[in-house]
Design a protein. Structure first.
Lengths: 250, 250
């Protein structure tokens, strides 16, 4: 099934189902981010870096941020796409990974996403150095400074925000007992409402995960329109900032 | 990609991704029901009965009920399964369809689900006779009486119910501008809570759709434990009964 597979690049085909799509028949950002997570997991598994091996070091990968450019309106239910990923660099504490979603012929790219990852000790819940045995197999360059990506603009303190409250549900939890990082996008975007979401196309986004949202919590997803085509978002839990995000539209 | 395909039986392989699975790494009922809907749609498309052809008659299929037996705990992230379906019978107003989810070798069945369908006029929103041209291609037998399946037990009027309220979100809507029938299972099951859901396995279910839940509505999902291993559920919207369901556990 793998079209291309080396230590560096990993790709899989995927047919877009209707339950991965929104009202307009285009894949949702949360589903696309879930698909990309699958490719990363499959690459790690193929390199022998399974969840058991990773957690056997006493730690786990944590996603710090994503940045992406998108054209998901060009995709429809039933389309077959190629999902791809490669590790792009790392230093002692951070690693970067790149993802893409393209057509079979390599003529058109629908998404290009970069992620910044850190490594967390499962006992202390603090960041620690990335174990060599978990990173060398990806054959990414070791670098002095890892690019952090564009940071989401913050909502100004005096801004009048719009928003909704959400409750974390049982089915939001994944096999690692965490809320799947991709679910945050549904909470972030839903408050924009049907009228906005059906009349605008997402062109780029950045998201920063600060604190984890946990099972059974109530969260507030708030936003302001910084410009008519630029929205700044935050997710808070009891006033604690969990996630910052920024989306650009056309 | 189709392992078997005739006028009657349609099957496709599917690899179970982590975002189709719950905390325990097993596929969720809502995701399994979404997968089965995909097989039914693909069969209809393969027979030339696309959404355009169906809606060209001025009507649309409506799911009245599902009944199913399940062993989803035997399935894990990464497993490849075969999803299958066939039309099983019809009369003037109702049709039945059967679904299964099995392993590649045909040794083990993980789900067997039957559905009862009716045909609704898109203008009057009332049931009408199934157009011949939409049903004959499936080559199912024409019958006098279509089996209705087991009806979910109702919650007794004086029962003390448990429950939660949910708001229908933008991303709950599918390309037909309806809440995907599969989403109801997340609303139905979530109120049972993590402790119950991680310590029990679903063995069978029945669900009846009475009234559609619509975008932006608030719904109440309530249940009682009829026995320690049998739960009766209902979804209401402003007091109007939308869905009845019953689940059996072990």
């Amino acid at each position: 099934m793998n079209l291309q597979q080396s230590a560096q690049v990993y790709e899989i085909p995927h047919q877009i189902t209707y339950y991965e799509c929104n009202e307009l028949g285009h894949p949702t950002l949360s589903m696309v981010m879930s698909m990309l997570a699958v490719v990363a997991d499959e690459q790690s598994d193929a390199l022998g870096l399974t969840n058991e091996v990773i957690q056997g070091t006493g730690g786990t990968w944590v996603i710090v941020s994503f940045n992406g450019n998108l054209d998901l309106h060009a995709l429809n239910v039933g389309d077959t796409v190629i999902l791809g990923t490669r590790a792009t660099g790392y230093n002692r504490f951070f690693a970067t990974r790149e993802f893409w979603l393209r057509d079979k012929d390599g003529q058109k790219e629908y998404a290009r996403v970069t992620s910044l990852l850190a490594f967390m000790n499962l006992t202390t819940r603090k960041m620690e150095a990335i174990p060599d045995k978990l990173i060398t197999a990806y054959q990414a360059p070791q670098v002095t400074k890892v690019p952090r990506g564009k940071r989401p603009k913050r909502i100004p303190a005096d801004a009048e925000v719009m928003g909704k409250q959400y409750h974390v549900r049982y089915f939001d939890l994944d096999v690692n007992h965490h809320v799947n990082n991709a679910h945050y996008f549904d909470w972030l975007l839903d408050p924009l409402g049907e009228r906005f979401l059906t009349s605008h196309q997402l062109t780029s986004f950045s998201i920063q995960y600060r604190h984890e949202v946990r099972a059974d919590h109530d969260i507030d997803s708030e936003y302001v329109m910084a410009t008519p085509l630029n929205s700044c978002h935050r997710i808070t839990n009891n006033g604690e900032l969990c996630t910052l995000a920024e989306f650009s539209w056309k």
